[in-house]
Design a binder for this molecule. Structure first.
Ligand code: OXD
Ligand code: MN
Length: 609
């Protein structure tokens, strides 16, 4: 093989199972091997036998625990290091030549400095280990949106996750044309938090991640490629890469609506995308297309179309149970990787709320655990980590939409932005138009969750739920949204939803979960161009349209008129303060589009009237 001539014999001798001939891929492997110095270089083919073989290796080394195969066929458990349980946003960088291209919301390093620092951390990091080469594809087979990457990693956990989350192996390798792929290099290194770095080089189409083994930091197809690198590319190429679920909703009279929704991490995208309709709305069918990422483009019909570039769910475990999300529970009964949950004595898994607690087990840290164990403050010790996860194929979900594998994607009727807000923000409101909708997305604020390490619980600005994931200057990102709007004749309507509003006693006002379909029903009616009573169902307020008094169907739930009123309440003084917070955030940007400043001024004027 001619291409192999360029590769040092020393590295060639390490090759196992190589079937790749693309010279650029081999060059990348070779160069990375020079630095990381693995014992072996194994080319993943993605075949079923390989999964068995790698799982066996990882079970032998203790990286994975095989679960009870009768009760959980094909399932395994992994425990991360205690200092490595969530995305580390403060150690995540966008490395562009000019600092202003990363913008005020990203950590920045110059590519030169970053490569130099990283080569130190990667030096000999794979000594005594195998480097796994994973060709992967983000997208839907046959879609023109697809992107290809090659991830090199020293973690079998990563290989097995990537097999679920993306399309990997031989079926992908043939599609790599020349140098047209994202290069991803990952090493667990020493899992040293001080030396952890998740670096993106959008100008070089490269990602480097070191000293972490946590999914969001190391499954490089997901947040790193499908959001950060893809968002950068989408700006150049005129499309959008978004942190959104995609759901297929069928009304009782058979109409179809596809909705996309951007909520920050751990705010219920997975639950909403596969919810079970309550009895009084049982004529509806909700089917999932995606739970985390959407790639959106303008179709020939001048509407916005979307695909889910992922093949798996990397879902949050706590709060998932038969009552809150039966479809997720059925999805994760087989071929699932659990991370940081409790291991029971019968080699099955448990987490708070899943079912009655076992008497004892081994907790996520690997320590013996009993159900009445308390910490120094007298609180019960949880068996699982608050950001424990499941990785499972989307195809296993009982309500997977057949559109999941449609390479064209689906036309979007409504975009939802959502956040976790105890007060101020009503349960739902609708924008006046696309530009105002972009403003609503850009001013999204939400309480932080356990999905990111070390941010505490605060309300933070999280435009379009993309603050941790936008791979370039967010001012330019807003301009991209506005530009896309200008290019569409039939843009989707844009809404904001907030399931988390509380009353004065600190209790949630809205039951949430499946009942959220009641709000979705109102949204759908607003999007239905053939519905003749939509005007009657909404009231104009300074922040947008809200449902009229009886427009949300409450048949079958106990909720007082007063609570509904509170859920829809817009307090002018609170909103003026909200506008000040938005203003403070917007003023960080040199590149804030003037249209959004105008929208902020308009909001203030409407509130003052
Ligand atoms: C995720 C996240 O894992 O947003 O999806 O953290
Ligand atoms: Mn996410």
């Amino acid at each position: 093989m001619e291409n192999l001539n360029t590769i040092k014999m020393e590295n060639l001798n390490k090759y196992v199972n190589n079937y790749i001939t693309n010279k650029y891929v081999l060059e990348f492997v070779n160069k990375s091997a020079e630095i990381c110095n693995p014992d072996k270089i194994y080319f993943c083919d993605g075949l079923e036998e390989e999964k068995k073989f790698l799982t066996g290796e990882a079970v032998k080394s203790g990286e994975l625990i095989e679960l009870n195969q009768e009760k959980f066929p094909g399932c395994i458990l992994h425990r991360t290091a205690i200092n490595d349980v969530a995305r580390t946003e403060h150690l995540t960088y966008i490395c562009t030549t000019k600092k202003e291209d990363a913008g005020p919301t990203n950590n920045w390093k110059s590519p030169e400095d970053a490569y130099e620092e990283l080569s130190g951390y990667f030096r000999d990091s794979m000594k005594g280990r195998t480097m796994y080469v994973i060709p992967f594809m983000m997208g839907v087979p046959g879609s023109k949106m697809n992107k290809i990457g090659v991830e090199l990693t020293d973690s079998i956990y990563v290989v097995l996750n990537m097999r679920i989350m993306t399309h990997t192996g031989r079926i992908v390798a043939d599609d790599i044309i020349e140098n047209n792929f994202t290069k991803g290099l990952h090493s667990k290194g020493e899992l040293n938090l001080e030396k952890r770095r998740i670096c993106h080089f959008p100008e070089d189409n490269t990602i480097m991640s070191v000293n972490s083994g946590y999914g969001g930091n190391v499954l490089l197809g997901k947040k790193c490629l499908a959001l950060r690198i893809a968002s950068y590319l989408s700006r150049k190429e005129g499309w959008m890469a978004e942190h959104m679920f995609l759901a297929d909703i069928q009304t009782p009279d058979g109409k179809k609506f596809y909705i996309a929704g951007a909520f920050p991490s751990a705010c219920g995208k997975t639950n909403l995308s596969m919810l079970i309709p309550p009895e009084s709305l049982s004529g509806y069918k909700v089917r999932v297309i995606g739970d985390d990422i959407a790639w959106m483009y303008i179709g020939d019909d001048s509407r916005l179309w979307a695909i889910n570039p992922e093949a798996g769910f990397f879902g949050v475990v706590p709060g998932t149970n038969i009552k809150t999300n039966k479809n997720a529970m059925l999805t994760i009964k087989k071929n699932t990787i659990f991370t940081n949950v409790l291991l029971k004595e019968d080699n099955t898994v448990w987490w708070e709320g899943m079912e009655d607690p076992p008497d004892k087990g081994i907790d996520w840290k690997g320590d013996a655990w009993t159900k009445d164990m308390k910490d120094e403050k007298g609180n019960l010790v949880p068996g699982e980590h608050p950001n424990s996860r499941f990785t499972a194929p989307i195809s296993q979900c009982p309500v997977v939409s057949h559109e999941f594998s449609n390479s064209k994607g689906v036309p979007i009727s409504a975009i939802l932005f959502g956040g976790r807000r105890e007060s101020v923000v009503p349960i739902v409101y609708e924008s006046f138009n696309w530009q105002h909708g972009v403003f609503i997305g850009a001013s999204l604020r939400s309480e932080t969750t356990a999905a990111a390490m070390g941010v505490g619980k605060v309300v933070r600005n999280d435009p379009m739920a993309m603050i941790p994931f936008c791979g370039y200057n967010m001012g330019d990102y807003f301009t991209n949204w506005l530009d896309i709007g200008k290019r569409m004749k039939f843009p989707p309507k844009i809404f904001f939803v907030n399931w988390f509003r509380k009353n004065r006693e600190g209790k949630f006002l809205w039951p949430g979960y499946g009942e959220n379909l009641r709000v979705i029903e109102w949204i759908i009616k607003r999007c239905d161009t053939f519905s003749n009573n939509k005007e009657k169902e909404a009231v104009e307020t300074p922040v947008g349209y809200i449902p009229a008094a009886d427009a949300i169907n409450t048949k079958g739930i106990e909720i007082s008129k007063q609570d509904i009123k509170e859920l829809l309440n817009i307090d002018v003084q609170e909103w003026l303060k909200e506008a000040d917070e938005i203003d403070k955030f917007f003023s960080k940007f040199d590149r804030m589009p003037k249209e959004l400043i105008k929208e902020l001024n308009n909001l203030r004027e409407r509130l003052k009237k």
